[in-house]
Design a protein around this ligand. Structure first.
Ligand SMILES: Cc1ncc(COP(=O)(O)O)c(C=O)c1O
Length: 461
């Protein structure tokens, strides 16, 4: 395969996240050049539906003029000013007001940052700060979940429960514990009902807290639906049982809404879809429809008062990034939230979600599909060698990656995740015909790979 000049330049200069850096030197990158609505185009002029909204983020698609205008106007007015040491700009409060108004808990203030990883890092620092302010210096441990994804900085990668983010990075750091993943299809014991499964998980969590000493456990963080860990949709009642345990031991509950926030699950926040009574949320990605890197955490009044107390004691709140509440990001994000409201994006997701779900239900019968699931406009196909026993393919065969590769040939970009899972998370503006086109392409891709699996006898491998 001959590589384009652009590909060769890329190979020689750019380090690519989540890429096999060895094989990449031979395969090179797919270079995306432009976008329009839910479509992107590569540098060969090929058109694709962006079935993962980039990285679960471009909720308003690829050429939203109002966002382009918001960024341009802000750049003209003042491209950068900051919020350190008592300075501010109007976009910061405008965005914070909008976020507070829709937050799924009683948010008092908003602390901005640049990415989902930074948001979760901030969560950890704030919880430590808070418990020091309250005179509980031992209460510092965080519990997250196996297969949860919370980012890649030292703290957030530690919260992430995926081996690939820990291995040889000397992570997780101490004080971070991982409890069970609520993937009923994969982890239920034989004959266990969903109710028994969620009861067992809540019991395991409680046992972990008791074992660690409840006075040392500060916070629990969870995505409403696990994204990168496999689009794991928790069974009904799961979060109710988990939060009863958290309440019992006075454990701060953080929803990582970085993927689920802003309409993805059919409510403004995933916390609302799953009845999570949280103390704080982390948001990023669709906060600005990914048109500018900006993220945030919300804090309740208790946390805010503790931060004031610490400021009195220490002299300042000693945290902040150069780009905290970046004015261009804040302008774009405020406009994004305005668009969600005026175009009723949640209503649109609710309108099209049944069609999305019906396609998953149909594909559940495909010979490669062990489990098909969706909620709102996020979903996954979990591929298996044996539908009855749920036996997986040998991971080295890369079956999900093969399906994703075939889908790309049929004009669809989706993403393979560990465990032979194909993830779907299209821009929220997608319409019914475009949803049909996603599934027409993936069905062809599944058939292509099924033909190869049968021909080469890969089920027996
Ligand atoms: C749920 C969740 N939290 C945090 C992150 C990290 O966000 P970022 O990549 O912006 O640092 C991600 C990224 O995919 C995510 O899906």
């Amino acid at each position: 395969m001959s590589l384009s000049n652009a590909a060769v330049r890329d190979i020689e200069t750019v380090i690519h996240p989540y890429t096999n850096l060895d094989t990449f030197r031979t395969t090179g990158p797919m270079i995306i050049e432009r976008g329009e609505g839910v479509y992107v185009y590569d540098n060969g002029g090929n058109k694709y539906i962006e079935g993962l909204a980039g990285l679960w983020c471009t909720s308003l698609g690829y050429n939203e003029q109002e966002l382009i205008d918001a960024a341009t106007e802000q750049m003209r007015q003042i491209p950068f000013t900051h919020v350190f040491g008592g300075k501010s700009h109007e976009r910061a409060a405008e965005l914070a007001e909008r976020l507070k108004a829709i937050a799924p808990h009683a948010a008092s203030k908003v602390l901005f940052c640049g990415s989902g990883s930074e948001a979760n890092d901030q969560q950890m620092k704030l919880v430590w700060y808070y418990n020091n302010a309250l005179g509980r210096p031992k209460k510092k441990k965080f519990i997250s979940r196996t297969r949860g994804y919370h980012g890649v900085t030292v703290a957030s990668a530690s919260l992430t429960g995926l081996p690939g983010n820990h291995r040889d990075f000397d992570l997780p750091i101490s004080g971070v514990l991982h409890t069970d993943c609520p993937h009923y299809y994969r982890y239920a014991e034989p004959g266990e009902t969903e109710d028994e499964f969620t009861t067992r998980l809540a019991k395991n969590l409680e046992e972990m807290i008791i074992r660690e000493d409840p006075d040392t456990v500060a916070a629990f963080i969870a995505e409403p639906i696990m994204g990168a860990g496999g689009v794991v949709i928790p069974p009904a009642g799961y979060f109710e049982k988990i939060q009863a345990v958290l309440q019992k031991y006075d454990i701060y509950f953080i929803a990582d809404e970085v993927i689920c926030g802003f309409g993805r699950t059919g409510n403004m926040f995933g916390s609302q879809t799953f009845n999570m009574k949280v103390d704080s949320i982390s948001v990023a990605k669709a906060l600005s429809s990914a048109y500018f890197p900006i993220a945030a955490v919300t804090v309740g009044e208790d946390m805010y008062q503790a931060m004031i107390d610490e400021s009195k004691k220490i002299g300042m709140f000693g945290h902040g990034f150069t780009y905290t509440a970046h004015p261009v990001g804040a302008a774009v994000a405020a406009k994004t939230l305005e668009i969600y409201e005026k175009r009723n994006i949640v209503g649109h997701v609710r309108d099209v979600a049944p069609r999305f779900a019906a396609h998953f239900a149909r594909l559940a019968d495909h010979p490669l599909v062990g489990h098909a699931r969706s909620c709102g406009l996020i979903g996954a196909l979990e591929l298996v060698a044996d539908k009855k026993t749920k036996k997986s393919f040998d991971p080295s065969l890369g079956i999900a990656a093969a399906v994703v590769g075939a889908a790309q040939k049929h004009g669809l970009i989706v993403r393979p995740l560990a465990g032979d899972i194909v993830a779907f998370c299209p821009p929220l503006i997608i319409n019914a015909e475009q949803i049909d086109a996603i599934f027409a392409a993936i069905e062809k891709a599944l058939d292509d790979v099924e033909a190869r699996v049968t021909k080469e006898g890969l089920r027996a491998a």
